[in-house]
Ligand binder design. Structure first.
Ligand code: SF4
Length: 341
């Protein structure tokens, strides 16, 4: 591990000022991913700015009727919060599907959004990786890519010709898949003040700059995540498919939320995890469900639309069919047509 200096911030403004003053500085809270990255020399911060004492540790009501999740509330405290469990059970389910109890006790909500891909090559400094070292190549495309992306990897030149993707990594979070389905909003503060980022715009596709994971400016700090009033509490499902029963990242996950009038769908949200560089949503696919009955045929049409254009790279091609089946199943479970166990 490289040497670094350490500062404990005593206010959000202090944290931002410290970050502005030193380009190589990084914020640290739970540290459940950053410390791994430092040990593997993927991240080499010159300074750690400890933000754990900042006043971002509560879950409060918003004036719109939703909940504001402080960035420093732990994943465990969020998942087991009574208001989250009652009004946003999809989010509780997703958080508890991720990591281990020990990690969820340490990891914070802001850190969950900031965690980086678990692509094996990204953590192996001996291999080419465009995300770790731009321009070096992508070892996963021709390598072992079972956990990698099938959506959003395409790259085209100005004439519309297909180019080799720069990166086929996936975002590893479960929590973020539910937040995408719920259309959460990320509150951030930087040197120019506060701003909000809609969740769909927070994480980005790799394009030509796979080393940039999200829309944050370098000096910006996540302070909270706002949940809108509609939590799809009556009809929801987080379905996670993985290589082992616990403590594994998703091969495919589905966060599904439905609003129903009888057996007619009036509103639908579907977000996928484990398939792209960011939680994957396609509003056109969700719109296909509105006004339709809760049938296998309706769910299959939405699944086909969501996976349109998907591309496998060998060891991960199975995910295309797996994702479609997972969507159909999760929607059936959200509609209470199938058991959830
Ligand atoms: Fe690096 Fe992305 Fe390729 Fe993995 S998929 S080796 S993170 S460029």
């Amino acid at each position: 591990m490289n040497s670094f200096t350490y500062t404990r911030a005593d206010s959000v403004e202090h944290a931002v000022d410290e970050r502005v003053a030193e380009t190589g500085a990084r914020f640290i809270a739970g540290g459940t991913n950053l410390l791994d990255l430092m040990k593997e020399t993927v991240e080499k911060p010159s300074r750690l700015i400890d933000i754990t004492r900042l006043p971002m540790t509560s879950i409060t009501e918003t004036i719109e009727g939703g909940l504001r999740l402080g960035a420093l509330v732990t994943n465990a405290d969020t998942a087991y919060n009574k208001r989250v469990q009652e009004r946003y059970p999809l989010l509780s389910q997703a958080i508890l599907a991720g990591a281990s109890p020990q990690l969820r006790n340490m990891a914070t909500n802001g850190g969950n959004l900031m965690q980086r891909t678990r692509c094996y090559y990204f953590y192996d400094a001996a291999t080419p990786c465009n995300k770790r070292q731009p321009g070096s190549g992508c070892s996963a495309i021709e390598g072992f890519n079972r956990i990698h992306a099938i959506l959003g990897t395409h790259l085209f030149d100005q004439e519309g010709r297909a180019l080799e993707p720069q990166c086929i990594a996936t975002h590893p979070s479960d929590m973020c898949v539910a937040l995408a389905a719920l259309e959460a909003v990320v509150q951030v503060t930087g040197k120019y003040g506060e701003r909000t980022i809609p969740f769909a715009e927070f994480h980005r596709l790799p394009g030509n700059t796979p080393h940039i994971d999200n829309a944050l400016e370098p000096d910006e700090l996540i302070t909270a995540i706002d949940l809108p009033p509609n939590g799809f509490a009556d009809n929801h499902m987080y379905l996670k498919l993985r290589d082992r029963a616990s403590y594994a990242f998703a091969l495919v996950s589905v966060a599904a939320g439905l609003e129903l009038d009888g057996d007619t769908i009036t509103n639908a949200r579907i977000a996928l995890g484990g398939v792209a560089h960011k939680p994957w949503r396609k509003p056109e696919a969700e719109a296909l469900l509105v006004g339709k009955p809760t049938t296998q045929e309706s769910f299959q049409a939405a699944a086909d639309a969501l996976l349109a254009g998907a591309q496998g790279y060998g060891a991960n091609t199975f995910k295309i069919e797996l994702a479609k089946r997972a969507i159909v199943r999760a929607l059936g479970q959200a509609a209470k047509l199938e058991p959830t166990e």
